[in-house]
Design a protein around this ligand. Structure first.
Ligand code: NAP
Length: 329
């Protein structure tokens, strides 16, 4: 076991309340020590995902009165942030085999990766391909595994014409590339400023907004065989129902009761829905390989210093350039 300097403070970013990005603050904590079967990783890049700001927005949280302090916050229940990162192992606990200090790794799923250091169980480690940059490695897995899962749920592959709603986002650009790699034709909705990027990946872009079904029909005269919804708007929902005959070939990652009632595949929402944990974990090795060779591009929207996590979240909320937001400690 290699010891890290326990006395050296390390930074971690956490919310101090439920609310807007302004509630995020930087705290100093001791460098963590690894338990058995765990390593400590010095974080070089942490991927930012919409779930991060949703977690402390209050959207998921029904705070019971007896747990609230004077600010109306269940202080003991504030979430940690950062579900993915990449970095260098600095210490390994007992019973760790196959990985050692100095190894460059991707951690997914991670806990509290908005930090200088994370502890990670062996099962969450994937070797970082040498040719992959830190930002790209830190932002690959959550979007990549989600894209893999949603394409699987819609049964999208060779010979399909797939409609991808929200194609220029973090998950969208992965979905487009993976669908095309599997032999599908992709019709991709995005703001016009992002169409060039989508064309570059081989998709046919269309602008979302009123008249969407007709624009999709014009772009795909042979019809749409499957649709994946990465935005959850009423427009995406209704357009998919209108254009795809088989509802089991429509999948959404931003679903609600309305999507469930329509009988489409809703990932991560509602009773009986498959969280896809096994499929997502199994996809990590292939995603790393594809990204390492450049066959899958991890498009980086912006890299922010760790201490500017609030700024990164605000840009996510305001609408950001295509691809992934990243924090760099
Ligand atoms: N269930 C799951 O497992 C799971 C996993 C990951 C993410 N998610 C959810 O999926 C959503 C997307 O995640 P992400 O990481 O890709 O977010 P993101 O990077 O912020 O991308 C969102 C994209 O939505 C597009 N958009 C905005 N308004 C739109 C509209 N009216 N119609 C079509 N597209 C529109 C934007 O594209 P333009 O700039 O081109 O407008 C933007 O690129 C989030 O809500 C996230 O929480 C769910």
């Amino acid at each position: 076991m290699t010891e890290t300097a326990a006395e050296t403070p390390a930074r971690i970013v956490r919310p101090t309340a439920y609310g807007a990005p302004g509630v995020l603050a930087v705290f100093e904590v001791p460098v963590p020590q690894p338990a058995a079967g765990e390593v400590v990783v010095r974080v070089r890049a942490a991927g930012v995902n919409p779930i991060d700001w949703k977690l402390y927005s209050g959207a998921f949280h029904d705070v019971e009165e007896e747990h609230q302090d004077s600010a109306g916050v269940a202080a003991d229940e504030l979430p940690s942030l950062g579900l993915e990162c990449a970095g260098v192992i600095t210490a390994a606990g007992p019973e760790v085999t196959g990985f050692a200090p100095g190894d460059e790794v991707i951690v997914f799923p991670a806990t509290a990766a908005y930090a200088d250091y994370v502890t990670a169980p062996l099962g969450s480690l994937i070797r970082k391909p040498a040719g992959l940059g830190w930002a790209e490695a830190g932002a690959l897995m959550l979007a990549g595994t989600t894209a893999t899962h949603v394409l699987h749920a819609a049964g999208a592959g060779e010979g399909d014409t797939v409609l991808v709603h929200g194609a220029s986002g973090g998950v969208g650009l992965m979905t487009v590339q993976l669908a095309i790699a599997r032999g599908a034709t992709v019709i991709a909705t995005a703001a016009e400023r992002n169409h060039g990027r989508l064309r570059g990946f081989g998709a046919t872009p269309v602008t979302y907004g009123p008249g969407l079904p007709d624009r999709v029909r014009a772009a795909a005269p042979g019809g749409i065989t499957a649709a994946v919804d990465l935005v959850g708007t009423g427009e995406a929902f209704e357009t998919s129902l209108e254009l795809v005959a088989d509802r089991q070939r429509i999948a959404t990652i931003s679903g609600d009761d309305r999507h469930l009632a329509a009988g489409i595949k809703v990932l991560g929402y509602g009773p009986g829905q498959d969280a896809g944990t096994e499929l997502r974990n199994a996809a990590r090795a292939e995603l790393a390989e594809l990204a390492g060779t450049g066959a899958l591009q991890v498009v980086i929207s912006a890299v922010h210093p760790l201490a500017e996590a609030a700024k990164a979240h605000q840009s996510g909320l305001d609408g950001h350039a295509p691809g992934k937001l990243v924090l760099e400690p």
